[in-house]
Design a protein. Structure first.
Length: 83
């Protein structure tokens, strides 16, 4: 389910929402379906890297990286510079 940005033509509200296939989105403020789909901004690279590293640390703590050698595991947990 993708997240889209919308602008309501009826009340001017700007919002983002998850959109399921076959379901028409409605404005959460006025319930109108007269919506204009906008372009979503992507997350800045620094935030994406931080999220990725947080997931790797959790995976390592749960043992999901145990099949890597100690040196490869250390590289994975150091971040972008060593990949």
């Amino acid at each position: 389910m993708p997240i889209y940005d919308y602008h309501c033509q009826a009340c001017g509200n700007r919002f983002e929402t998850l959109v399921r296939t076959g379901v028409a989105p409605v404005c959460p403020q006025c319930q109108s379906t007269a919506l204009e789909k906008g372009l979503s901004r992507i997350a800045p690279a620094g935030k994406i890297e931080a999220i990725r590293m947080a997931h790797r640390r959790v995976a390592a703590a749960q043992g999901h990286l145990d099949h890597y050698s100690p040196s490869d595991k250390a590289k994975l947990l150091k971040g972008k510079k060593n990949i």
